[in-house]
Ligand binder design. Structure first.
Ligand code: FAQ
Length: 330
């Protein structure tokens, strides 16, 4: 019953209620919480915050790579990249749907993103300067996303956990396509190899920081882990990412830009340098290299898509009216 100890003012008054006891018991026994189940307000708020931020990340995350669809070096690469970017839109939609089950509408969430009130992943505020960046995003960013998201398929909230199953399968294809691009460049001409190394130099630390602030500065690790929304802390996942990715870089013959990186035989883990956390917090505050561009692009996409939403609504109204007329006639 340790979930009753969660430091959550909104849920505090429910601590002794039968609903709270049932909720705690389900969490303790790893039985998923479903949309219609009673849940503490603080649990609902935390989930909404994380799932909506995650959805926004998928949608904003289409921009750095979408930018390269017309410039991909072959028809095959264009097709693959287009499918990948389209998958990210799908992930955003599954996640908005999962978040809607918690009682907030998609319009409200999108409004929070476009008005700049909502957060999305820091990683998507860096520019894609060369084709190698597209490969590096697939390799590192989708690689990091898989490590972060596989545990989410087992998280305590059913609609989120189920949405993550398909997302993770698709992310795994994305990671492989990225690795394949980087491998092709790494095995190519000296210029291509240099392009791959340059992209790794620029994306390594932002990818390491994607997992969130260090555990010592994470506000939500404690509560989210007790509620089994997060099954691992930010630092635990970051370590898994480094341990998994360094050998991949070695296989590619590329160098991780971290002079402090060493393998600790005793623990079986890599020891790595300290990321520039000031940079991370600046990016999260909206002052990264591309924050303003990203929001400008999303606002323009939303405005340009207004006619599609209007048409879909008009079609839904017509279909509903026809159905009602048919029912009345029958
Ligand atoms: N960027 O207390 P914590 C992808 C904020 S999807 C911006 O540790 P938490 C697929 C955090 O919100 C990538 N803000 O927070 C793809 C909180 O602020 P708040 C997204 C960040 O939630 C690939 C504050 O800092 N993935 O890549 C970041 O317990 C390629 C304190 O932090 C997910 O969203 C950050 N990196 O842990 C798409 C996965 N980190 O809300 C296209 C689900 C932290 O109090 C192309 N989310 N903050 O104002 C999670 O696992 C968690 O939410 C964490 C953060 C681990 C991201």
């Amino acid at each position: 019953m340790y979930t009753q100890l969660v430091d959550a003012p909104e849920g505090a008054s429910d601590a002794a209620s039968p609903e709270q006891a049932t909720f705690d018991d389900k969490i303790d026994r790893s039985i998923t919480i479903e949309a219609n189940d009673w849940m503490p307000d603080a649990y609902r708020k935390t989930l909404l915050r994380q799932i909506s931020q995650h959805a926004h990340s998928e949608i904003v995350g289409m921009l750095p790579e979408g930018n390269w669809i017309s410039r991909a070096p072959s028809l095959e690469r264009k097709l693959i990249l287009m499918a990948k970017v389209q998958d990210e839109a799908g992930h955003g939609l599954y996640l908005y749907s999962a978040a809607e089950t918690l009682g907030t509408s998609r319009d409200e969430m999108v409004d929070a993103l476009l008005s700049g009130r909502a957060k999305y992943s820091s990683i998507f505020n860096y520019p894609t300067l060369a084709w190698a960046d597209v490969g590096t995003i697939g390799w590192l960013v989708d690689g990091a996303a898989i490590i972060n998201q596989i545990p989410l398929t087992r998280c305590s909230y059913g609609p989120y956990a189920r949405a993550m199953v398909r997302v993770c399968k698709e992310e795994s294809f994305h990671q492989r396509q990225g690795f394949d691009i980087v491998k092709t460049l790494a095995e190519g001409s000296p210029e291509q190899r240099a392009m791959a190394q340059d992209a790794l130099n620029r994306w390594w630390w932002p990818a390491v920081m994607m997992f969130g602030p260090p555990d010592s500065q994470s506000q939500h690790n404690g509560t989210s882990m007790r509620w089994k929304i997060k099954l691992f802390s930010n630092d635990e996942l970051r370590q898994k990412f480094v341990d998994q990715t360094v050998p991949q870089a070695e296989a590619l013959g590329l160098t991780i830009p971290d002079p402090d990186l060493t393998f600790d035989e005793a623990t079986g883990h890599y020891v790595f340098g300290t990321p520039d956390w000031n940079e991370f917090f600046e990016v999260v505050r909206g002052n990264g290299p591309c924050n303003r561009d990203r929001l400008r692009a999303r606002r323009a996409a939303h405005d340009n898509g207004a006619w599609v939403r209007e048409a879909a609504l008009a079609h839904a109204e017509k279909t509903a009216a026809r159905k009602t007329a048919a029912t009345v006639a029958a």
